[in-house]
Design a protein around this ligand. Structure first.
Ligand code: PMV
Length: 364
């Protein structure tokens, strides 16, 4: 598929109004995407676990404008209240996607979104938020083009989500999603995320992710700024190459179910992401003292037990604790006994691998 394949076909008559709802999850990368080029294309391939409990629920109500014009008309409600702060981001998103879903200029939209996780938790909501909005737009397009095939529907949903927030394209499908062309992953593309369809050991089907909320504040460095810092970064080329190699290695690990190798690769990826930010200009340390305390507790716990619990990080201070379901009882106890004290208000969110976006019927 190329970008041109997503340019909209001619539509029939537009319905005057309607409403659609999608629930889409967040995701956590195992091999990280860090560095992009225009328009929102990744410098290296990445792969993530789709999450389950951390999601956004978005309803888009659309009403045909009396007179079509070239502006975008929408109101956005977040958690029940009109939210002006989100408007510029959505306006920019509409600008980027208008050639692919030109009906965005024909309607006034009321977008109502809510997250399952607390807003000020430091969990990025752009992946779930942008994918939910994209899937709503795809449902509207499907009404205009009823013959659209399911594979194309989801691919284009992911394509639109990518234009909203890069990693959002990995939130449309489940369990594991690859974004970025990789020579050993068939169908992989820089344009959208594809489900990882190679063999996966059963241990990964229901992998657990407990998010330890070390810092619930706004991110110190936005991902836009972070990606920008990879331009001219002294280690960038080597890092992009390493991510491609790590994805090849992870492909074999996902098949074999070798958890020691999984732990080593995933933790190294997380620390490499942070190392890129420590060695950019300007430089940043995004971990907090409590992040480091948690990491050393995890290492000590692994050294003292036969646990395969490991961590990954996104571009912030919170820690994602990844572990197989068979360790749920012991790891949850470990979290309670040794890790919650390093979290703001002792707050952690238990999540697990999920299946991706889901259309909701709120009519009854
Ligand atoms: O999708 P963005 O632009 O917010 O970037 C996300 C980058 C990381 O979360 C740090 C890594 C990733 O692959 O999700």
């Amino acid at each position: 598929m190329t970008t041109n394949d997503f340019i909209a076909q001619a539509y029939g008559p537009l319905p005057s109004e309607g409403s659609v709802t999608w629930k889409t999850p967040s995701n956590i990368a195992l091999v990280k995407y860090w560095g992009k080029r225009n328009p929102q294309l990744p410098e290296n391939p990445s792969i993530s676990f789709t999450l389950d409990n951390c999601h956004t629920l978005t309803t888009v109500t659309y009403q045909k404008k009396d007179v079509a014009d070239s502006s975008f008309s929408f109101d956005i409600f977040f958690e029940g209240a009109l939210n002006e702060a989100f408007k510029p981001k959505i306006e920019k998103f509409f600008e980027r996607i208008q050639d692919y879903v030109p009906f965005v200029k024909d309607y006034h939209f009321t977008i109502a979104s809510e997250n399952s996780f607390p807003h000020s938790s430091g969990i990025a909501s752009s992946a779930s938020g942008m994918s939910a909005l994209s899937m709503c737009l795809m449902s509207i397009e499907k009404e205009l083009l009823p013959d659209m095939e399911s594979a194309y529907f989801y691919q284009k949903g992911s394509f639109l989500a990518r234009l909203g927030s890069g990693s959002a394209c990995r939130s449309v499908k489940g369990r594991l999603v690859v974004w970025g062309a990789h020579p050993e992953i068939s169908e992989s593309s820089d344009l959208y995320g594809v489900p990882f369809t190679d063999e996966i050991a059963p241990v990964f089907f229901d992998y657990q992710d407990t998010i330890l909320l070390v810092d619930k504040g706004e991110k110190q460095v936005s991902s836009t700024v972070g990606h920008e810092l990879m331009h001219g970064h002294p280690f960038a080329e080597k890092r992009f190459q390493q991510a491609t190699e790590n994805l090849s290695k992870l492909k074999a690990i996902l098949k074999s179910g070798n958890l020691s190798e999984f732990v080593a690769l995933v933790e190294s990826e997380a620390l490499t992401l942070h190392a890129m930010m420590m060695t950019s200009h300007p430089y940043f340390i995004l971990m907090k003292p409590n992040t480091l305390k948690i990491l050393s507790k995890i290492w000590a716990f692994r050294a003292a037990t036969d646990s395969q619990v490991c961590f990954t990080l996104d571009a912030g201070a919170n820690v994602h604790l990844l572990y197989p379901k068979q360790e749920l009882v012991t790891v949850r106890q470990f979290i309670k006994d040794e890790l919650l004290e390093f979290c703001q208000n002792h707050h952690a969110i238990h999540d697990k691998v999920g299946n991706g976006a889901e259309q909701m019927d709120l009519s009854n």
